[in-house]
Design a protein around this ligand. Structure first.
Ligand code: SF4
Length: 292
């Protein structure tokens, strides 16, 4: 299908032009949208502002509508503040997990978020971006550029597969978000276009087959913690790619495989709340409690 976008083609074109992938994305997007570079980056910046506010909202610890989640980002924040020496992961990973939880909780409590790539998976990108901002002293302009790279990866996934949990399971939401965040992380760390492709491929591969099974049909359990897990996967994939590790399966083929796996997934595992964790005794008890 020639109308499918190809991330590999874009990455190769950037390498051939001897330009960074973010500069390639800026040139491509300004042409497609017929807007100036400043306007494009201003649009991205406005989303960075909302992401930051969503983290702040989540860190207030307010409960979700269904009451299944809320306060876990705050727990992470306090845990590390009190016992940083016993943390099992480094500061960057811990902050990514905290921020991803925060945005997931903001979303579950009807707070304002950026649905990138979806509302359910909205914590992954801010988790990774703002953790890197703290680690590397990045400003909002740089984060906006990272978001552009993430957006390019998301566009390709939407074109070749899906970003919808109802169509492709959680691999399409949290998996895609992890791929987008991994690519953005590599870009922000100064990696090459090829490394961006490898990071996206590795992140998506590691979440391939992940089902969508929201308890009681609410975007609360397992969604919020899956955002934290996907943010951690994104950082792990980015780190591997920056170290020179390559994905044996090229990124476009990984995306195609995700589409194929999503198509083969039983409908009970695609946002219908009929299978997986939603169908466990505890999951069903919550459904009964909330709706019957
Ligand atoms: S489990 Fe389903 S609803 Fe929840 S984040 Fe994943 S895809 Fe979205």
């Amino acid at each position: 299908m020639n109308d499918k976008l190809s991330l590999s083609e874009w990455l190769n074109a950037a390498a051939k032009q001897e330009t960074s992938f973010v500069e390639f994305c800026i040139a491509d997007q300004t042409e497609r949208l017929r807007i100036s570079r400043d306007e494009l980056l201003a649009r991205m910046l406005s989303m960075i502002v909302v992401m930051r506010e969503a983290i702040q909202t989540g860190l207030t610890g307010r409960p979700s509508r269904g009451g299944l989640v809320g306060g876990d980002a705050l727990k992470m924040e306090r845990y590390y503040g009190e016992r940083s020496e016993t943390s099992l992961v480094g500061t960057t990973m811990r902050r990514a997990i905290t921020f991803a939880l925060a945005v997931g909780e903001a979303n579950a409590s009807m707070g304002r978020i950026v649905a990138a790539p979806t509302a359910g998976a909205s914590g992954v990108l801010p988790g990774v971006l703002f953790a890197l901002a703290e680690q590397r002293g990045l400003n909002d302009q740089q984060l906006a550029e990272g978001l552009l790279v993430a957006g390019a990866i998301g566009m390709v996934i939407a074109s070749r597969a899906t970003l919808s949990g109802a169509a492709g399971g959680c691999q399409a939401e949290c998996g895609s978000a992890a791929a987008m965040a991994a690519g953005a992380a590599v870009s922000l760390a100064g990696g090459t276009p090829a490394q961006i492709g490898n990071a996206a491929a590795i992140a998506l591969k590691n979440l391939l087959g992940l089902v969508c099974d929201p308890v009681a049909g609410l975007v609360e359990v397992p969604c919020v913690k899956r955002n934290a897990g996907a943010a951690a996967q994104a950082l792990a994939a980015a780190e591997m790619a920056l170290a020179g590790i390559r994905s044996v399966i090229p990124v476009d083929e990984v995306i195609d495989a995700m589409a194929s796996v999503g198509g083969a997934m039983h409908c009970s595992l695609r946002e219908t709340a009929q299978g997986g964790l939603a169908a466990t005794p505890t999951g069903l008890a919550w459904t009964n409690k909330l709706f019957k």
